[in-house]
Design a protein around this ligand. Structure first.
Ligand SMILES: NC(=O)c1ccc[n+]([C@@H]2O[C@H](COP(=O)([O-])OP(=O)(O)OC[C@H]3O[C@@H](n4cnc5c(N)ncnc54)[C@H](O)[C@@H]3O)[C@@H](O)[C@H]2O)c1
Length: 249
């Protein structure tokens, strides 16, 4: 098995691991020697085939369903004997003009993007506490700094997740658990290309950046590995913006 840089192998749970950023996060953690459970509604065989079999466990669950989340977390912890790292990555970002946003649209976005991290973190926490070490990483978005016009509900949900990150960091810090958020800019995944990136969206966002390139999933991996590193215990409650310099804060 490939060792992690400092030799400590942990057990991670990555939500939304079937594709996009979550798949790349799962692969990067496994490549560091961590064992990884992927949680998703969708088929994770494309992720599984890029990770050696003994290091990846796909678990089907809806992050908005407390029973499914509880069962998935227990299955992951039972299979690997512990749980240390949680990456709350599953999320939806349908672009909807504000006046056309129905209450059901609004609630669906809040359910997946806010209830999901709440339910997954709450279910995972006893395992992190009993290990006396943990890393919770919430994937938010640079929209919390930029406030784009067609993503009002999404921006609200991710800003809520920034608040969740800060408050939960305070609640669990004494247990050796850090809680941080990573804010990607518009990043080339299939969903981003189909929705936000359509009609020249990638070009428009690139023009706002100081880095003259479209952000790729690989541009986020070093930040994830840094946040979950053994040496990052003093980093907590923070939102790290990785968007090529569109928002500077
Ligand atoms: N791609 C970008 O430009 C970008 C930018 C900033 C932030 N983000 C955030 O990064 C995360 C991943 O984005 P992506 O582009 O990889 O999206 P994606 O659509 O490729 O991946 C999201 C994954 O989450 C899963 N998922 C959705 N709802 C779920 C549910 N209820 N239960 C379980 N799994 C569910 C999907 O099946 C999918 O596999 C999201 O939280 C998104 O808001 C993405």
């Amino acid at each position: 098995m490939t060792p992690s840089l400092n030799g400590t192998q942990r057990v991670a749970l990555v939500t939304g691991a079937a594709g996009g950023l979550g798949r790349e996060f799962a692969i990067a953690l496994a490549a560091r020697g961590h064992r990884v459970a992927g949680l998703d509604l969708a088929d994770m065989s494309g992720t599984a085939e890029r990770i050696p079999g003994d290091r990846f466990l796909p678990v089907r669950a809806d992050v908005t369903d407390p029973d499914e989340v509880g069962a998935a977390v227990e299955e992951a912890a039972a299979r690997f004997g512990a749980l240390h790292i949680v990456v709350n990555n599953a999320g939806i970002y349908p672009p909807i003009p504000f006046e056309k946003t129905t209450l059901e649209d609004w609630r669906r976005i809040m359910r997946v993007n806010l209830d999901g991290p709440f339910l997954v973190s709450r279910a995972a926490l006893p395992h992190l506490r009993s290990a006396g070490w943990g890393r919770i990483v919430n994937i938010v978005s640079a929209v919390v700094f930029l406030g784009p016009p067609d993503l009002v509900a999404y921006t609200t949900s991710k800003a809520g997740l920034v608040g969740f990150t800060r408050a939960l960091a305070s609640a669990v810090g004494s247990d050796g658990i850090t809680v941080n958020a990573i804010a990607p800019g518009l990043t080339r995944t299939a969903t981003a290309a189909r929705t936000t990136g359509a009609d020249g969206g990638f070009d428009r966002v690139r023009a706002l950046q100081v880095v003259p390139a479209t952000e790729e999933p690989r541009d986020l991996l070093s930040t994830l590995l840094y946040v979950v590193d053994e040496g990052s215990g003093f980093l907590t409650g923070q939102t790290i913006n990785v968007d090529g310099g569109s928002a500077k804060h």
